[in-house]
Design a protein around this ligand. Sequence first.
Ligand code: HEM
Length: 506
Amino acid sequence: MAQSPLIFILAGAFFSYILYTRITLYLARRRFIKENGCQPCLGRFHKDPILGLDALKTMNYNSKHHIVLQENKKRFERLGRTFHNRMVTMPIIATCEPENVKTILSLKFKDYSFGNRQKAFTPLLGHGIFNADGERWSNSRHLLRPNFARDQVADLEAFERHFKLMLKHLPRDGKTVDLQKLFFRFTIDSATEFLFNHSTNSLRMVGQEDANNEDVIFGKAFNFAQDDIGTRMRFGALDRFRKNEKGQEAIRICHEYIEKFVDDALRFRKELDHEKKAGSAEDEKYYFIQEVAKQTTDKKRIRDELINILLAGRDTTASLLSNMFFEIARRPDIYAKLRDEVATLGGRTPTYEELRSLKYLKHCLNESLRIHPVVPGNTRFAIRDTVLPLGGGPDGKHPLFVPKGTTVGYSPYVMHRRKDLYGPDADEYKPERWETLRPGWEYLPFNGGPRICLGQQYALTEASYVTVRLVQEFKEMESRDPEPWIESLTLTLCSLNGTKVGLTPA
Ligand code: HEM
């Protein structure tokens, strides 16, 4: 009994402290809002004010019916260019304003982190560049950046080798072929060669998907582990209760496969150190993994960085090619124009400089990334109270307060199709618009600011090379997709029904 007053005193002190911090926070925020001229955002997607379950239900329905992006666009048209949303306990601000995107990714870069997304990625990706924030990310970027120099990304001989293998699977008798499936094989084969100095050579294994071959097993495990990231994201905090032995096994296979190459690279570094001491080291072409091993001997670190880049670089470039050829196959005029431009090479395989000089090719790629951006939506998490320049007030033209703990989602897909920015034909695939178009932050396929895609040049070189070679080999391409383009949205965006075409040899 004698303790009761003490308990009351402690409880009183605790609640006073909570009240005091709440009031101080409230006053500080009121001041911050006033100083920045912020006004409330009036657009609101969710009707359930506590958990936003109605919004969650709509999102699940859209995802099941492959209409996430088109519905998101309609939502922006209905609610305004910036609006509020809520997913269970997560407050969200969604925006398609280029000025806001510039603020999140560049001007106020330090006010944001990746937030919860890391939890879903960590089992496969560890703490590599794609999954790190702050100092850790900065170290990764510093470590990897030199490997994306021109000499490294312009290995056209490797692209040609993989292209020749792909060519074997392209029917020359007009039979229908799904280019998308082959592009996915092409990019994993070239990315694994670029990164590990060992290609999965999946194009050699077409029709042998059940082979007990470690490259085939890795390819399947990587696909599974990557899809499982999406599942983990959807389950969120509940994922820890999910039984997922197959997912864990897939991750184990991926890690073990890559660790073998890491061991080789570390052995290479030891030999190099030895040769340097003896003064007999020679300059030769080093592969990505060997370069990284020259800078760190931390085996897990090297493995994590490489698997991050494989994930960032594989499906993205394959999706770009698939989406672009889906459009071009329906437009014989565009195919013919592309062929005319490529004919200036006189039938030779292109050099790096020649690839860069093909303007119409560049316009075709740009335009595909505009209407089908491979990373169509993205998020950042406010780690302190901050402000967006637009979205507040009835017209959305005033600054908007972003409380710490808010997820800000931005949509390149919606931005890229805004009619006020791209004209009334914004939904059409029209490479010619790039003759005069010079967009800023309203065009963002590779992200912007300090975290801009590191592999942009590699991706564009690879996609350009494959396009030129295809156009050289085939004089006509005909679409065999009876349906319009339908989204398949996983970590990247490609066509649900693939890219089915018939080809006429040149
Ligand atoms: C068409 C092809 C590609 C597109 C559209 C694309 C797009 C993007 C985007 C939007 C991001 C930002 C992700 C974020 O911060 O949330 C990104 C980051 C990144 N990309 Fe790409 N990417 C492509 C190809 C590649 C390739 C081929 C590689 C490597 C070989 C690569 C390596 C990376 C890396 C390492 C990052 C992380 C950069 C950082 O956080 O500092 N990407 N990419």
